[in-house]
Design a protein around this ligand. Structure first.
Ligand code: URP
Ligand code: ZN
Ligand code: ZN
Length: 461
């Protein structure tokens, strides 16, 4: 099957050009003009941007959480991703206490295989560090599972102490892995939570008050120091605050290989969401929490400067009923929010149409950099000869209105309800096949493939 996309503007992280794109089978055959090959399908992209399919490297699909699980499985979550222009996801598989990393990976693979409609991979969260687990890291990297997540929060459940973090960082540097870190000072936060509850402060707003920016900045600073000691690279996930970002910028200035990701929620929402009545405010309980407008401005500046390299979603959806479990005790509200579907649209609207990011930088943070940092380039993240033909046909003159009534995520609210955004997706191609047309998934079920990722190479951004 050959497809020709004609007369579009092809945008990559390193530039844009008016060009045609010739797709042969699953790959881009050429980008240029004057193609005379016979094709099976012509797509007129006049007035449209041709963007590389988005790469979302932070999702939690079909994730167990106590006796509940996240609301999207790999089918519904990746259909939503596809409808929003994301054609690759990297999800988090979490090690059980006493279990191995391999068991975690196998378990998550069983959930995704035959369900996901876009290509996918996994990071593995290390929650129980033992010598055999350290040894396993090398075999996972050799198989193409090249990143690991550690938690500095949630003591007793997921948190590793500094000695464990140091050991994983060293081992990752030896074997070609990249460590992703959830940087919040768990023990201090737990103390603040206990104090708040003892004082009768049970409302969702106290989730944010007990996780102040200083607790994030402390953990980011400590993680950077541990990475420096280990001579390892570090990737800070879901960065939310200005003070934490300052630590990252300073470390990068000193030449350390420290990278950061933020998420649309921290770029377009603020802590004002917690002023709503509790049943609504609970829907915005996530960790780290939403922050004041000044933090948001700092994050935009960090993205523009390049101190933040990636925008991912941390898609972690729970229904209103699940969130309501904690209405009389904020510490029982399952943490996380839906977002996999509207990452590209929100970032284009607030970033590009809002005058904060060039369209090339938008492509960089939404597709090219995540692909490169997580070992998926040159196959993903660019429209170039030889790359997978993952292409979003995007109408910059269109609009997108967000609503839980029309979204594809299996969750009964949307944090961005009622917003009308500048820009609209016409079509999404994944490995050469049109899988989304007019906000409808039209591809085959379960067509996504598990991706083997390359080891991490130092200082790539
Ligand atoms: O609140 C959040 N972010 N939940 C998802 C799990 C995590 O820490 O990334
Ligand atoms: Zn996290
Ligand atoms: Zn997460």
């Amino acid at each position: 099957m050959r497809t020709l996309l004609r007369h579009g503007t092809v945008v990559n992280a390193n530039g844009q050009q008016r060009a045609d794109v010739l797709v042969d089978g699953e790959r881009v055959a050429a980008v240029g003009a004057g193609f005379s090959e016979s094709v099976d399908c012509v797509i007129d992209a006049t007035g449209r941007l041709l963007l590389p399919g988005g790469v979302d490297v932070h999702t939690h699909l079909d994730m167990p959480f106590g006796d509940i699980r996240t609301a999207d499985d790999f089918a519904s979550g990746t259909i939503a991703a596809a409808c929003g222009g994301t054609t690759t996801v990297v999800d988090y598989a979490t090690q059980a206490k006493g279990g191995s990393l391999r068991e975690a990976l196998d378990e998550w693979m069983t959930r995704a295989a035959g369900q996901a409609v876009v290509d996918f991979g996994f990071h593995v969260c290390i929650a129980d560090l033992r010598p055999d687990v350290e040894a396993e890291m090398a075999s996972l990297v050799a198989e193409g599972v090249t990143s690991f997540k550690l938690f500095m929060a949630y003591p007793g459940r997921l948190m590793l102490n500094d000695d464990g973090i140091l050991r994983v960082l060293r081992r990752a540097a030896q074997v070609g892995g990249l460590v992703c870190i959830h940087a919040e000072d768990g023990p201090a936060i737990d103390a603040l939570v206990r104090e708040a509850l003892a004082a009768g402060h049970t409302a969702p707003a106290y989730h944010a008050r007990t996780r102040p920016p200083a607790s994030e900045a402390e953990a980011v600073g400590r993680a950077i120091a541990l990475a420096e000691t280990a001579e390892a690279a570090l990737y800070v996930v879901h960065l939310s605050s200005a003070t934490a970002l300052e630590q990252i910028a300073a470390a990068r200035e000193r030449g350390l290989d420290i990278m950061a990701e933020t998420c649309p929620q921290y770029l377009v929402l603020t802590e004002a969401a917690y002023d709503a009545e509790p049943a609504e405010a609970a829907n915005f309980v996530m960790s780290p929490p939403l922050r004041p407008p000044a933090d948001q401005q700092a994050l935009w500046a960090g993205l523009e400067r390049g101190d933040i390299q990636v925008v991912a979603t941390d898609h972690c959806p729970f229904t209103r009923a699940d969130k309501a479990r904690g209405l009389d005790d904020f510490s029982r509200i399952p943490n996380g929010a839906p977002g996999i579907e509207h990452r590209m649209a929100l970032l284009y609207d607030a970033g590009v149409a809002g005058g904060r990011l060039s369209v090339e930088r938008f492509v960089d943070v939404a597709a090219a950099s995540p692909a490169r940092l997580f070992g998926l380039a040159p196959r993903k993240g660019a429209i170039a000869a030889g790359a997978d033909a993952d292409i979003v046909v995007f109408d910059p003159a269109g609009t997108t209105t967000i609503s839980a009534a029309t979204h594809h995520m299996r969750v009964d609210y949307n944090p961005y309800e009622g917003r009308t955004l500048r820009g609209a997706i016409d079509l999404v191609l994944a490995r050469g096949e049109v899988i989304v047309s007019g906000n409808r998934y039209v591809g085959a079920p379960g067509r996504g493939r598990c991706l083997r990722r390359d080891p991490f190479g130092p200082r790539t951004a």
